[in-house]
Ligand binder design. Structure first.
Ligand code: SF4
Ligand code: SF4
Length: 108
């Protein structure tokens, strides 16, 4: 299956679907520095531990939206966003892309 990657409209829906945004080694430190925080405060405020070992970003308390998605569907930490975010949808994608995502338009 292929997608027309170039037609991503930046709607932010992929930051709202269910699932974890995992952090790789060094990413928490990088984001914490970007936010002007120490890494312990950053992980306490913005992260959860999945399966007792993997660090992931929290969702907003009221929804599945990533805690860093702003009201204009922009990423507040775009310059230092995790690799998992950078790679989407080029290196991985989600079969459950939400309605409205132009990547649902598959090419033959
Ligand atoms: S949901 Fe699809 S169209 Fe919207 S920002 Fe994500 S990849 Fe782009
Ligand atoms: S870190 Fe940014 S790009 Fe990644 S899911 Fe959150 S809002 Fe989206």
């Amino acid at each position: 299956m292929e997608y027309e990657f170039e037609i991503c409209k930046g709607c932010g829906l992929c930051c709202k679907i269910d699932g974890f945004v995992f952090l790789k080694d060094g990413e928490a430190e990088k984001i914490a520095e970007f936010l002007g925080m120490d890494v312990y405060s950053f992980t306490e405020e913005y992260c959860i531990i999945v399966n007792r070992k993997r660090l992931a970003l929290k969702d907003k308390s009221s929804s599945n939206e990533c805690i860093f998605l702003d009201e204009n569907n922009l990423c507040k930490i775009y310059d230092v966003r995790p690799k998992q975010c950078k790679d989407f949808p080029y290196l991985w994608t989600n079969e459950e892309l939400p309605e409205g995502c132009l990547l649902k338009n598959r090419v033959d």
